[in-house]
Ligand binder design. Sequence first.
Ligand SMILES: NC(=O)C1=CN([C@@H]2O[C@H](COP(=O)(O)OP(=O)(O)OC[C@H]3O[C@@H](n4cnc5c(N)ncnc54)[C@H](O)[C@@H]3O)[C@@H](O)[C@H]2O)C=CC1
Ligand SMILES: O=C(O)[C@@H]1CCC=N1
Length: 271
Amino acid sequence: MVAKHNVVGFVGGGKMAEALISGLLRDTAIDTAQVVVCETHPERAQYLRDTYGIRSCGFEDLADRADIIVIAVKPQVVPEVIESLAPHITDRHMVISVAAGVATSTFEATFDRTPVVRVMPNTPALVGQGIAVVAPGAKADQEHLDIAKRILATTGVVLQLPENQLDAVTAVSGTGPAYFFLLAELLIDAATSVGIERDVARDLVVQTALGAAVMLRDSGDDAAGLRAAVTSPGGTTAAAVDVLEERGLRDIISAAVHAARDRSVELGNKA
Ligand SMILES: NC(=O)C1=CN([C@@H]2O[C@H](COP(=O)(O)OP(=O)(O)OC[C@H]3O[C@@H](n4cnc5c(N)ncnc54)[C@H](O)[C@@H]3O)[C@@H](O)[C@H]2O)C=CC1
Ligand SMILES: O=C(O)[C@@H]1CCC=N1
């Protein structure tokens, strides 16, 4: 939990900010008055006010009210946000950035005395099942890391890694929910093609995904071992896995993760 006196100000109130805001407000010790958002899209700002009872405001007001500023705009928008915030940043602020690819040094170049913590969360934060990795910038000490960790802990699991791992983390867990959602989409479509009704297919796929994830987390066995346990010799799973291997699923997943990691680096270079 964030301390009673902290106010967390979000710059950008999109999907990721909402996931973090909902997590923060699930923490009963956090009051709606401790969360503010600066969101340029008026309908989106209205939605956040109506849904979460939080206040929306401009940059100056946000910097005035908040001591913890969370940057949750697209990486491409980060430079203009830095410029807008710069006149209002003081020694009492810290910055937490969730922008993919954007290095802490990008913020530090302008906010030269401000502690910055870079974070890569993911959207399951919205349901308290996120995983976030935090990495300290040059001016961030243990106290700032602890604040970032306490905020992220309201949305799920938190790990700390060196910043040079964050582009890779972005490709695995930041982007990762999309891999599983795509697999679910494809499995549901395939289920209907073998004669199962779409609603039933959805239930089958969702519970299978949930069960597999819980087994992976709790059984103590690794993914390959758990897969082997499903695969009877000469059986149905072997028939399916043979097709996936023959058609290059391993290469496809590896290429996808490399592409996401490279795009994260590229987005950071543009910011
Ligand atoms: N969506 C995801 O799964 C994840 C996103 N991220 C990062 O979170 C950041 C936000 O991503 P999303 O929430 O997906 O994008 P989004 O497009 O849903 O949200 C961005 C919000 O910022 C607002 N905005 C644009 N310019 C602004 C400005 N100058 N001042 C204030 N608000 C402004 C937009 O109106 C929009 O509501 C990105 O940097 C992304 O890399 C990180 C991890 C996961
Ligand atoms: O697609 C993106 O760029 C963001 C970062 C990780 C997940 N979504």
